[in-house]
Design a protein around this ligand. Sequence first.
Ligand code: FES
Length: 95
Amino acid sequence: MPDEDVDRPFTVELRKTGVSVEVAPGQTILAAVLPVVGHVDYYCLRGDCGTCVQTVLEGVPLHRDTVLSQRAREAGKRITICVSRSSTDTLVLDL
Ligand code: FES
Protein backbone atom coordinates (compact mmCIF):
# COMPACT_ATOMS: atom_id res chain seq x y z
CA MET A 1 0.00 0.00 0.00
CA PRO A 2 1.22 3.52 -0.75
CA ASP A 3 1.97 6.14 1.88
CA GLU A 4 -1.50 7.32 2.91
CA ASP A 5 -0.29 10.89 3.50
CA VAL A 6 0.94 11.35 -0.06
CA ASP A 7 -1.48 12.19 -2.86
CA ARG A 8 -0.92 9.95 -5.87
CA PRO A 9 -2.67 10.47 -9.19
CA PHE A 10 -5.21 7.82 -10.11
CA THR A 11 -8.01 7.14 -12.55
CA VAL A 12 -11.69 7.13 -11.69
CA GLU A 13 -13.91 5.18 -14.05
CA LEU A 14 -17.53 6.33 -13.98
CA ARG A 15 -19.29 3.14 -14.95
CA LYS A 16 -22.79 4.56 -15.62
CA THR A 17 -21.46 7.61 -17.43
CA GLY A 18 -19.00 5.56 -19.44
CA VAL A 19 -16.12 7.96 -18.92
CA SER A 20 -12.80 7.80 -17.07
CA VAL A 21 -11.21 10.85 -15.45
CA GLU A 22 -7.76 11.42 -13.99
CA VAL A 23 -7.52 12.71 -10.42
CA ALA A 24 -4.36 14.72 -9.93
CA PRO A 25 -2.42 15.08 -6.67
CA GLY A 26 -4.18 17.74 -4.60
CA GLN A 27 -7.39 17.40 -6.60
CA THR A 28 -10.48 15.73 -5.16
CA ILE A 29 -12.50 13.04 -6.90
CA LEU A 30 -15.47 15.37 -6.58
CA ALA A 31 -13.69 18.16 -8.44
CA ALA A 32 -12.59 15.76 -11.16
CA VAL A 33 -15.98 14.17 -11.79
CA LEU A 34 -18.30 17.19 -11.45
CA PRO A 35 -17.53 18.61 -14.92
CA VAL A 36 -18.19 15.18 -16.42
CA VAL A 37 -21.38 14.15 -14.65
CA GLY A 38 -22.83 17.65 -14.25
CA HIS A 39 -24.21 17.20 -10.74
CA VAL A 40 -23.25 15.31 -7.61
CA ASP A 41 -24.75 15.97 -4.19
CA TYR A 42 -22.27 17.39 -1.67
CA TYR A 43 -22.30 19.70 1.32
CA CYS A 44 -19.44 19.94 3.82
CA LEU A 45 -16.46 19.18 1.58
CA ARG A 46 -14.63 17.96 4.69
CA GLY A 47 -15.65 14.32 4.87
CA ASP A 48 -17.98 15.02 7.78
CA CYS A 49 -21.54 14.80 6.46
CA GLY A 50 -21.74 11.84 4.06
CA THR A 51 -23.72 13.73 1.42
CA CYS A 52 -21.19 12.94 -1.32
CA VAL A 53 -20.86 9.21 -0.58
CA GLN A 54 -20.72 7.06 -3.71
CA THR A 55 -20.71 3.34 -4.36
CA VAL A 56 -17.39 1.71 -5.23
CA LEU A 57 -17.65 -1.08 -7.80
CA GLU A 58 -13.94 -1.89 -8.15
CA GLY A 59 -10.69 -0.70 -6.60
CA VAL A 60 -9.68 0.10 -3.03
CA PRO A 61 -10.65 3.46 -1.47
CA LEU A 62 -8.17 5.43 0.61
CA HIS A 63 -10.54 6.78 3.22
CA ARG A 64 -9.90 10.26 4.60
CA ASP A 65 -13.36 11.07 5.93
CA THR A 66 -14.72 11.01 9.46
CA VAL A 67 -18.25 9.90 8.57
CA LEU A 68 -17.98 6.27 7.45
CA SER A 69 -17.96 3.57 10.11
CA GLN A 70 -14.96 1.33 10.55
CA ARG A 71 -17.04 -1.50 9.13
CA ALA A 72 -17.91 0.54 6.04
CA ARG A 73 -14.26 1.49 5.57
CA GLU A 74 -13.14 -2.11 5.72
CA ALA A 75 -15.89 -3.21 3.32
CA GLY A 76 -14.55 -0.67 0.80
CA LYS A 77 -17.84 -0.35 -1.07
CA ARG A 78 -18.53 3.30 -0.26
CA ILE A 79 -16.40 6.41 -0.54
CA THR A 80 -16.72 10.10 0.34
CA ILE A 81 -15.52 11.66 -2.88
CA CYS A 82 -14.92 15.12 -1.38
CA VAL A 83 -11.85 14.01 0.56
CA SER A 84 -11.04 10.33 0.05
CA ARG A 85 -8.80 9.00 -2.69
CA SER A 86 -7.75 5.64 -4.11
CA SER A 87 -5.16 3.13 -3.02
CA THR A 88 -5.36 1.47 -6.41
CA ASP A 89 -4.45 2.95 -9.79
CA THR A 90 -8.10 2.81 -10.83
CA LEU A 91 -11.27 3.23 -8.82
CA VAL A 92 -14.59 2.35 -10.45
CA LEU A 93 -17.62 4.22 -9.18
CA ASP A 94 -21.32 3.63 -9.79
CA LEU A 95 -21.75 7.09 -11.29
S1 FES B 1 -19.59 16.57 1.16
FE1 FES B 1 -19.72 16.05 3.26
S2 FES B 1 -18.65 14.14 3.33
FE2 FES B 1 -18.35 14.85 1.31
